[in-house]
Design a protein around this ligand. Structure first.
Ligand code: FE2
Length: 433
């Protein structure tokens, strides 16, 4: 797509003008009495006005009409979001879902989002939700924004062209994008698409601190891309769908919301290619914890403890000596939701498939299956490529997650036999001396 251009850098203060309107950004101030080209100035605030400078997020949009020019909101019945997880019984079992269905009927991105699990309360701006999307048609004259929080979108199958107020992002499997609270967007597709969404209610994603790793490594700021301003001047009926306090609403307006000619600020959507992740790991023995693979984190108030981390398991070299190399057997004070974008996950010989998922809840034991244990206990420990052609990921949270009705029953993808992959673990104990 020749009209897709990007700005680079995580959290940078950017400015961007649609090249068709040079000098459309006001010079030296945010809100002049009359803006260039007769545009309206509108601020989009992504943090409290008084948030510390390091967390302060806002952008100024210069648009043909301000967002306020719309008819009243009505209830919207086409979506499948759910935040009533208090109504399902807790389930501490290891859970695995077979690949979620691609749509059998015409469905756009908003119609095709199903909540699988979550916790907290969007009204209190605390918690998260995990959704699956499955769609096969473009949103037509329809834009969506989330009043409750940020979306981290992980495509598993099919390319998305995400048209935002700030410009366009093309996002393919093995890339992710983050569309933050309040940003209007439209998803255009030309094939059946499926993927995962991590929604966080209260805070924005940031890059993890690197500590002794130093200034470089993991996801580097320069590899995050934000769109260049691109407006459309279209008059006609347009639907704006909002998720507000967990429910969907729709209003109409008589023009496209993608009418931003220029913008500046540090509150912008962005994408990232997971192939750019610089993997760091043990080169002597034993394991680094999987936090070494953290791409983005959404931190809680407790230092070092995430409401949600986005962690990947990319192709890499494994070189540790005298070490059981697959992921260790584990019980965690955090919730671990995993998905698979492509290939085969290293700790399971089968059953965990691209487009499927697992959930290992707080203190629920998990780890390599029998076949993986047997194989890895005997293999010669040469330097070896692992996860070749594969990309698994984890949403890890300090919060307890509960399933929705869809996640527990309606999707019909829960694998009742998942626990059996550990049933054949043998007693290898050689006995007391
Ligand atoms: Fe774990």
């Amino acid at each position: 797509m020749s009209d897709l251009k990007y700005l680079s850098g995580f959290g940078s203060e950017f400015s961007s003008e649609d090249p068709r309107c040079p000098n459309s950004l006001p010079k030296g101030q945010n809100s002049p009495q009359i803006c260039p080209y007769g545009l309206y100035a509108e601020q989009l605030s992504g943090s409290a006005f008084t948030a510390p400078r390091s967390d302060n997020k806002r952008s100024w949009l210069y648009r043909i009409l301000p967002s306020v020019g719309h008819k009243p909101f009505q209830s919207f019945s086409e979506g499948n979001f759910d935040s009533k997880w208090q109504e399902t019984k807790p389930n501490p079992n290891q859970l695995r879902w077979n690949p979620f269905d691609l749509p059998s009927e015409t469905r756009d991105f908003v119609q095709g989002i199903y909540t699988i699990c979550g916790t907290g309360d969007p009204k209190l701006r605390l918690g998260l939700a995990i959704h699956i999307y499955s769609c096969n048609t473009s949103m037509k004259n329809r834009a969506f924004y989330n009043s409750d929080g940020d979306f981290l979108i992980v495509p598993q199958q099919g390319k998305l062209l995400v048209k935002t107020e700030f410009g366009k992002l093309q996002v393919s499997p093995n890339e992710i994008c983050v569309i933050q609270q309040g940003m209007r967007f439209q998803v255009l597709v030309s094939e059946a698409c499926r993927g995962y969404i991590l929604e966080v209610y209260g805070r924005h994603f940031s890059l993890p601190d690197l500590g002794p790793i130093g200034a470089n490594g993991l996801a580097n700021p320069r590899d995050f891309q934000s769109p260049v301003a691109h407006f459309e001047d279209i008059q006609g009926e347009f639907e704006i769908v909002s998720k507000y306090q967990g429910s969907l609403f729709v209003c109409s307006q008589d023009h496209s919301p993608f009418d931003v000619v220029a913008w500046h600020g540090n509150y912008v959507p962005y994408k990232y290619d997971l192939a750019n992740f610089m993997v760091v790991n043990s080169v002597s023995f034993d394991h680094c914890d999987p936090s070494i693979f953290t791409v983005l984190t959404c931190q809680s108030e407790k230092p070092g403890t995430a409401i949600a981390d986005f962690v990947i398991f990319p192709p890499r070299w494994s070189v540790q000596e005298n070490t059981f190399r697959p992921p260790y057997y584990h019980r965690n004070c955090m919730s671990e939701f995993m998905g698979l974008i492509s290939g085969r996950y290293e700790a399971k010989q089968g059953g965990f498939l691209p487009g499927g998922a697992t959930l290992h809840s707080i203190m629920t034991p998990h780890g390599p299956d029998v076949d993986c244990f047997e194989k890895a206990s005997k293999e010669e420990l040469k330097p070896a490529r692992i996860a070749e052609g594969s990309q698994g990921f984890m949403f890890e949270s300090c919060l307890g997650l509960a399933l929705t009705e869809w996640g527990a029953k309606t999707c019909k993808k829960l694998d009742a036999g998942y626990h059996k992959c550990w049933e054949g673990l043998r007693r290898n104990f050689t006995g007391a001396k």
